[in-house]
Write a protein that binds this ligand. Structure first.
Ligand SMILES: Cc1cc2ncn([C@H]3O[C@H](COP(=O)(O)O)[C@@H](O)[C@H]3O)c2cc1C
Ligand SMILES: O=C(O)c1cccnc1
Length: 353
């Protein structure tokens, strides 16, 4: 293991210093309570596991019902210039703006789950309009990763700090569970590049069809990822270097969301392939952050299984979804609510007496 010393931004540094493990005592008490409920021990499967984890995260044997938010990080990617993506780059901005009218996929599912949807412009290539958008642009899109780094290390750290700042503020306002989401045309390409480096997987195993590439476009996308890795030579032992060189501002900002959730002892729900890749970046920065993460679904995107394997996590849902935005996280909120209600509301064998 090679050790490297970097001067981190203050917010990032203080956040990392605050991260500790879960409250084992609260988890033991939660397990004890679940075992005494009117059911065979363990018979509610993952609902029980989630309830125990929430107890450990919040430090309360009876975890509270969640006050929820989905954070959707929006940013553009310079690799779009390679020309293999079938959609216009303007989609990123359009989705971020349309979120205000509640018309995008995650807006519907967040509403269904009773969650707030928070949209952050961390690097859309144009100016965006909408009162609902938190304006935190680090730069107007990244550079093309097939030619050089996506951004500087300092910009990657600033984007991570955007995620930390937004998450800290939400938690300060009373939000106690965060769901991750993103929008950014070509971010399945940048995620695949980051994932290939951090997991050691072949690009073939992590490059997928994204929004729907045909065979020709797929081969060009695969080649772009391979080229990006050769041109940039990201250091696999240095997750911030990897995000700066072949990632994106959305992935970096989501990394910050995970770190801040853990620092504040709040659960953070992982969405699909892109948000999962950001989760892996955060977990590589500090493995303890994983204890605060709850995976939602396994995206239909090819590399999604690789992400979950690298995180050593089993998702709750297989829904064949591949939209991102936070749609999977929003769906999982409903099951997390169910887990909290079970541990708090179900009767026990003692009630029979
Ligand atoms: C209309 C539309 C809405 C979306 N909402 C999320 N994505 C998702 O697809 C994009 C990633 O796929 P790729 O790497 O192939 O570009 C991201 O914007 C992601 O959030 C969308 C994509 C489209 C086209
Ligand atoms: O799983 C995801 O996050 C995903 C997959 C394809 C396109 N956009 C997002």
């Amino acid at each position: 293991m090679k050790w490297r010393v970097f001067i981190l931004g203050t917010l990032l540094k203080t956040t990392l210093e605050k991260i500790t493990g879960l409250d084992q005592e609260a988890m033991n008490l939660a397990r004890e309570r679940l075992d005494g409920l009117l059911k065979p021990p363990g018979s509610l499967g993952k609902l029980e596991e989630i309830a125990v984890r929430l107890a450990g995260i919040y430090g309360q044997p009876r975890p509270p019902l969640a006050s929820k938010a989905i954070v959707m990080m929006a940013a553009d990617n310079g690799v779009y210039q390679e020309g293999f993506n079938g959609y216009s780059q303007e989609i990123t901005k359009a989705v971020a703006e349309l979120a205000g009218a509640g018309l995008i996929g995650v807006a519907v599912l967040a509403r269904h789950a009773g969650a707030r949807l928070v949209v952050v412009d961390v690097g859309i290539k144009d100016e965006v309009e909408g009162q609902h958008i938190i304006k935190k642009k680090i730069r107007y899109g990244t550079d093309n990763i097939t030619c050089g780094p996506a951004m500087s290390r300092s910009e990657a750290e600033q984007a991570i700090e955007v995620g930390i700042d937004v998450t800290n503020k939400l938690i300060h306002e009373g939000i106690n569970i965060i769901g991750t989401g993103e929008v950014g045309i070509c971010n399945t390409t940048t995620s695949a590049a980051v994932l290939a480096v951090l997991s050691g997987a072949d690009p073939e195993l992590v490059v997928g069809k994204g929004t729907g590439a045909d065979e020709k476009a797929y081969q060009a996308k695969l080649q772009a990822v391979k080229n990006a890795l050769v041109v940039n030579r990201p250091d696999p032992t240095d997750p911030i270097d990897v995000v700066a060189k072949v990632g994106g501002l959305d992935i970096a900002a989501l990394t910050g969301c995970y770190l801040a959730a853990a620092a504040n002892k709040k659960p953070v729900v992982i969405d699909g392939f892109i948000a999962g890749t950001a989760a892996l970046v955060a977990a590589k920065i500090n493995p303890l952050v994983k204890e605060y993460m709850i995976p939602s679904h396994c995206s239909a995107e090819k590399g999604a299984q690789v992400v979950l394997q690298a995180l050593n996590m089993e998702p709750m849902l297989y829904m064949n979804m591949r939209l991102g935005e936070g749609t999977g996280a929003a769906l999982a909120f409903n099951l997390i609510d169910a887990a909290v209600k079970i541990i708090n509301e179900m009767g026990s064998f003692a009630d029979l007496a």
